[in-house]
Design a protein around this ligand. Structure first.
Ligand code: SAM
Length: 330
């Protein structure tokens, strides 16, 4: 679905903005998102909101179509980790692209990255379906990938707090595949996994729903644009909604809007903390945790140190080769 064709439904948008103003309380997003995604009170900020210009706040540079230059920064890394075989659907090699590759955006390469970093850690759920919760899923980039990859085997709860993201995610995912059953709290749909494959709601509408029930919790490039109290809340909330042994995947910059403390529960075991193609110039780890029992503070500290080594030394090789090719690093 071409993001530029998403329909701005003014009535629905205003309904969500009113709900945000009346009911979001401590979940009200940081100013940067009220301005970009609707809901700001300040008339000057309201004036900055542009419904047709949301692709940049969601995926930034990722909205651009891939070129040999942008692919370079991702290709080898993805080819190496791609146990799922997605890269083969698009590329024979870095320079030999299959026809489908010409429609890929840089954000799609990010999706191949995210699913390949999450899937190896997923264990067969005890029940038939895998239950995933994502906070700040934008237009549904990753939800779409999981609904495709695990067709009929996944239940996806997409949680946000920004009016435009909630509104467009519903439209985007409904249009991706009309067979997907998408529930939406603003349609007064109940959160009923018998009826829906994916459910979209603002955080303040969820209350105690689903506590202890999820297998995987995800946040990609969302917490990096929140305030300390949001990040504290969501880390604790992930802990509450995940079952024991549940997996947490986070991919957030440390050098962006949120510069506060990451207060991970001590019983989360860090399984992976690594650089990715998003990190060649940024402090931008991908992290996987497992909700465990006991305390993993010292192991996690070691992972943190190793991550910093990777970040500072290992990415140099990729950058040196890029510079040799006279590629501009993004
Ligand atoms: C940069 S976008 C990333 C979107 C998506 N994760 C991706 O990588 O394509 C940040 C997302 O976080 C959401 N967001 C911002 N503040 C939030 C908050 N306080 N609570 C929940 N979601 C929030 C935005 O609406 C948006 O969907």
């Amino acid at each position: 679905v071409d993001l530029s064709t998403l329909f701005f439904d003014e009535r629905l948008f205003n309904l969500i903005v009113d709900d945000l103003r009346n009911n979001s309380n401590q979940h009200r997003p940081a100013d940067v998102w009220l301005e970009a995604g609707g809901g700001a009170d300040d008339p000057a900020a309201v004036g900055q909101f542009a419904s047709e210009n949301l692709i940049a706040p969601w995926v930034g540079f990722g909205a651009s179509e891939i070129t040999p230059e942008s692919l370079y920064w991702y290709y080898q890394y993805l080819a190496d980790i791609d146990a799922i075989g997605l890269m083969e659907s698009y590329f024979e090699s870095e320079s030999r692209w299959k026809p489908a590759a010409h429609a890929l955006s840089v954000a799609d390469l990010g999706t191949i990255l995210d699913v390949n970093l999450i899937c190896p850690f997923i264990r067969e759920p005890a029940r038939e379906q895998l239950h995933i919760i994502e906070v700040g899923g934008g237009y549904g980039r990753l939800a779409e990938a999981f609904l495709n990859l695990f067709e009929g085997k996944v239940k996806y709860l997409l949680v946000d707090a920004v009016p435009s993201s909630l509104m467009y995610a519903r439209e985007y995912l409904s249009r991706c595949n009309p067979d997907w059953r998408i529930g939406f709290s603003y349609d007064n749909d109940p959160l009923d996994w018998e009826r829906f494959d994916c459910y979209i709601a603002p955080i303040w509408a969820l209350g105690e729903l689903g506590v202890g029930d999820f297998d995987v919790a995800v946040n990609v490039q969302g917490m990096q644009e929140m305030d300390q109290h949001h990040v504290d809340f969501y880390l604790n909330w992930f802990d509450a909604v995940l079952r024991e042994e549940g997996i947490i995947y986070l991919c957030n910059r440390r050098d962006h809007v949120f510069r506060g403390e990451w207060r991970f529960p001590n019983h989360w075991e860090c399984l992976l903390k690594t650089i990715t193609p998003r990190s060649w110039t940024r402090d931008f780890p991908a992290e996987v945790y497992r909700k465990g029992v006991g305390t993993f503070a010292s192991e996690n500290n070691l992972r943190e140190v190793m991550y910093r080594h990777e970040r500072d030394y290992m990415r140099q090789g990729v950058r040196t080769e890029g510079e040799r090719r006279q590629y501009r690093v993004y």
